[in-house]
Design a protein around this ligand. Structure first.
Ligand code: G1P
Length: 267
């Protein structure tokens, strides 16, 4: 059973950044993939700025022992925002990385922001802020950003099953990590921004290894749903684009988009 939630104001964010970055070798041999440049600053600095802009005041970076350059770069904090660090010693999957934040989170609600993807938007209210608003203004125990994705690419992502029509925000009644195209319950892919009750840790504890043999947060959210909790999604609008730096192809696309943005703003 879930512990009743009284505090729904989110001020804490967890940024998992412990992954090995093997798809970007040799670039990531000594440099964490989150610190590779996206224009004038590292990818992760763009993400930290997004998180701070949305109103978060405490950030925990989950890093590995090989990635302490992240701590060297960011230090203890910035403009009144506190930065903490926790090590994930063995990379057992995203759910396990989030579990490393248990002490930092305590009983508070919190956000999770993946350290390898940015979201481009021209809206006044950032998609990540819309996640926090949806969490705070509904009975959701979990909220996820999703983006519409071509069906032949669904196997790269977690895919949600909408409970009703897709709207700017909507409830789901299922989700699956990296489904085959003909098994995907929709074309809405999880896009790296989440909000959770601290109850999620109980579901992570009960999560068995899933896709790729890893502990998947998608499966923990599935357990939460099965227990009767509400899980909501915030859909990216047409002009909002998630860019990840997980592969050279996607990194180059993100880099070109950022260089074009810089040239436009210099013009
Ligand atoms: C992770 C999540 C997946 C999500 C993706 C993009 O997968 O497990 O549900 O769709 O990030 O945000 P990964 O890219 O680590 O394989």
């Amino acid at each position: 059973m879930q512990t009743p939630i009284t505090n729904k104001l989110i001020t804490k964010a967890v940024i998992p950044a412990a992954g090995k970055g093997t798809r970007l070798l040799p670039l990531t041999k000594a440099v964490p993939k989150e610190l590779i440049p996206l224009g004038t600053k590292p990818v992760l600095e763009h993400i930290v700025e997004e998180v701070i802009q949305a109103g978060i005041t405490q950030i925990l970076f989950v890093i590995s022992e090989q990635k302490t350059a992240i701590r060297t770069h960011f230090g203890d904090g910035f403009n009144g925002v506190r930065f903490d660090y926790e090590f994930q010693r063995v990379q057992k999957g995203l759910a396990d990385a989030i579990f490393c934040a248990k002490d930092f989170v305590s009983a508070d609600p919190f956000a999770v922001v993946l350290g390898d993807s940015t979201i481009e938007t021209d809206r006044d209210i950032l998609p990540f802020r819309r996640v926090l608003d949806t969490y705070e203004n509904t009975d959701a125990s979990g909220v996820i950003v999703v983006q519409k994705t071509p069906r032949d690419e669904v196997a790269r992502y977690g895919i949600v099953k909408p409970k009703s029509d897709v709207a700017p925000s909507f409830q789901i009644d299922g989700l699956v990590e990296k489904p085959m195209p003909d098994e995907a319950p929709s074309e809405y892919a999880i896009a790296g921004r989440y909000a959770f009750d601290a109850n999620i840790f109980e579901y992570i504890k009960r999560t068995a290894p899933g896709a790729n043999g890893e502990l998947q947060i998608t499966d923990s959210i599935g357990l939460m749903l099965a227990d009767g909790a509400e899980v909501w999604c915030v859909a990216l609008e047409d002009n909002e684009i998630r860019r990840d730096i997980g592969t050279f192809e996607s990194y180059f696309e993100a880099l070109i988009a950022e260089i074009n943005r810089i040239s436009r703003s210099d013009a």
